[in-house]
Design a protein around this ligand. Structure first.
Ligand code: AMP
Length: 376
């Protein structure tokens, strides 16, 4: 399938070209025609598959016609970073259409958002809490919403946002198109989708499609040697940008500081940074001021940096889903990447599960004097 065969408006087509997209990714090929036809969609796909454009393109095509200066498409996402990324993606794909997108999330002032809402933007990308605040204050008019997107629904569930999401859907016109995307389908997300979707078309992209561009390696190690192993891996591996995951935010900070002391351009991203400092860290990582970003799962949610060459699990995640999410940050958009994981005896169970889902044994690698033979 080609983008041409989707018969999108010329301006949108030229924006797709400008973004460097040559052919639709599998999720786009499957979802775009169905969304253009007006169907509700349940999209099972993770970050890195091109899911954002899969819903943004049909939304833009739809909004080209019809009223302007009122909110007609609402995209709800779990984190500010993801909301910003979606917004950036819309900005690129909507050039010259006159359609405008804005973000709404907490941690920043109310008034600039209210001013923008007054001016009338057609697309709002929002995190749940602040959107409800605006609705409660009567500063957003949701009566014209034709399309609702719930992105990363499983993560919204993880973060405890489903009650808010339900309250949001209750504020919207009952006749609308709803698109729900989720990397995994826990019971609660299944419930939510049966409540909010009408006769949905199910579009699924298999996990393996992504994992193929990522080389996975395990480094069995004793806890006390992790720091030394990390330095050694960074010293002996040719990397572009490196994303390192830790279990706690304190550790993320500590490791970034240690790496900086050792001459690396490293910073950390933790859940409790102010919005400005988060954005500065993200921006610095994007533009190469920092080549290493240390983060926890929540803080790194939605990070989309196409130059990430290596994901390093300093601590293994607790679940297969988190592993897939983390390692999905590399090997994006058909680039290849590496996922290094430091594993201790405690990680045995999750390693088994990951290998079962990948249907392959992950390579164990040794580093003299630092790795061990018997763990994991
Ligand atoms: P997403 O899964 O939406 O986060 O997208 C992952 C990355 O793929 C982003 O950097 C997109 O810009 C990129 N992308 C999306 N669609 C395409 C496409 N058709 N061809 C190449 N890259 C794409």
């Amino acid at each position: 399938m080609s983008f041409k065969s989707l018969e999108l408006d010329e301006k949108i087509a030229s924006n797709i070209k400008r973004a460097g997209y040559e052919t639709p990714t599998p999720i786009q090929a499957a979802a775009i025609p169905k969304a253009l036809a007006g169907n509700d969609i349940l999209g099972i796909a993770e970050t890195g598959t091109g899911k954002t454009a899969a819903y943004v393109l049909p939304i833009l095509q739809r909004l080209l016609e019809g009223p302007r200066n009122k909110v007609r498409a609402l995209i709800v996402a779990p984190t500010r970073e993801l909301a910003e990324q979606i917004h950036e993606s819309i900005k690129g794909l909507s050039r010259k259409t006159g359609l405008r997108s804005m973000t709404i999330y907490g941690g920043v002032g109310f008034n600039p958002q209210i001013d923008k809402l007054r001016r009338g933007f057609e697309i709002v990308v929002s995190c749940p809490g602040r959107l409800l605040d605006h609705a409660g204050r009567g500063t957003i008019d949701l009566s014209g919403v034709e399309v609702l997107v719930l992105d990363e629904a499983d993560r919204m569930f993880d973060m405890g946002f489903l009650p808010e999401v339900r309250r949001i859907t209750a504020l919207l016109p009952a006749t609308r198109q709803t698109l729900l995307f989720s990397a995994t389908m826990p019971e609660e997300v299944r419930h939510l989708s049966s409540e909010v979707l009408t006769a949905p078309q199910i579009v699924k992209v298999s996990r393996r499609a992504m994992a193929d561009t990522v080389r996975h390696s395990l480094f069995p190690v004793e806890k006390s040697k992790k720091g030394a192993l990390l330095l050694e891996l960074l010293a002996t591996t040719e990397t572009n940008s490196v994303l390192i995951f830790t279990r706690t935010k304190h550790l993320a900070k500590r490791i970034a500081e240690k790496l900086a002391k050792n001459g690396h351009k490293a910073t950390s991203l933790q859940g409790n940074l102010s919005q400005n400092r988060r954005q500065a860290a993200m921006k610095g990582f994007k533009d190469g001021t920092y080549t290493i970003l240390v983060a926890t799962d929540i803080a790194a949610r939605g990070i989309d940096i196409s130059t990430v060459s290596h994901v390093i699990n300093y601590d293994m995640p607790k679940t297969v889903e988190d592993y897939t999410h983390r390692t999905g940050r590399t090997g994006r958009a058909r680039r290849s990447g590496d996922a290094f994981s430091m594993v201790t005896g405690e990680d045995r169970a999750v390693v088994r599960k990951i290998e079962k889902i990948m249907n392959a044994r992950i390579e164990r690698r040794a580093v003299e004097g630092l790795t061990v033979n018997n763990a994991a």
